[in-house]
Design a protein around this ligand. Structure first.
Ligand SMILES: [Fe+2]
Length: 164
């Protein structure tokens, strides 16, 4: 399970990813975490939220930028790469990017993937918020998180993974 997920994540990160390519990936078919009978506690990892997974997959289908691979947006790294900090089981993701409906330019999603690639928190924004910041409470068993932040003009960016 985790090897499968790791391979998928690595695959996502290593290629440019057209929409057609990701459509063939088994995003939902690689495990038992979304089995209704399997939930609750133990060491089974985070519960999969299908809506979050679908939103993240849609965003990632268009490509993932990083400071080392900013693609067409070189120079935008500082204002688009999210950072994450942890305090106990609470983590906060911040993207140092303005929020402006008037300029039709804002951060529209922030989310986190855990060590298994499961989306363990996602927040949508409509541009009226004061800042692009989200605080999430992590599921039991989370050992690391990777932050993602999507700008409605400059795409999806991935920040550094931290241990929690
Ligand atoms: Fe932007």
């Amino acid at each position: 399970m985790s090897a499968h997920t790791s391979n998928r994540r690595q695959f996502l990160q290593n290629i440019g990813l057209g929409t057609a390519a990701i459509a063939t990936l088994p995003i939902f078919g690689c495990g038992d975490k979304d089995d209704d009978t399997g939930g609750g506690g133990g060491d089974g990892g985070a519960t999969v939220n299908d809506d979050w997974e679908a939103m993240a997959a849609d965003l990632e289908a268009a490509g993932i930028f990083t400071p080392d691979d900013p693609g067409e947006w070189e120079g935008k790294e500082g204002s688009h790469t999210p950072s994450v900090s942890a305090s106990g089981t609470s983590v906060t993701v911040v993207t140092d990017h303005g929020m402006s409906v008037d300029e039709d330019h804002w951060i529209d999603h922030i989310y986190l993937r855990d060590q298994d690639g499961v989306v363990v928190g996602l927040q949508m924004f409509d541009g009226t918020e004061a800042e692009a910041s989200s605080t999430f409470s992590l599921p039991e068993g989370t050992t690391s998180v990777t932050p993602y932040s999507s700008c409605n003009l400059h795409g999806l960016w991935m920040g550094d993974t931290i241990d929690v």
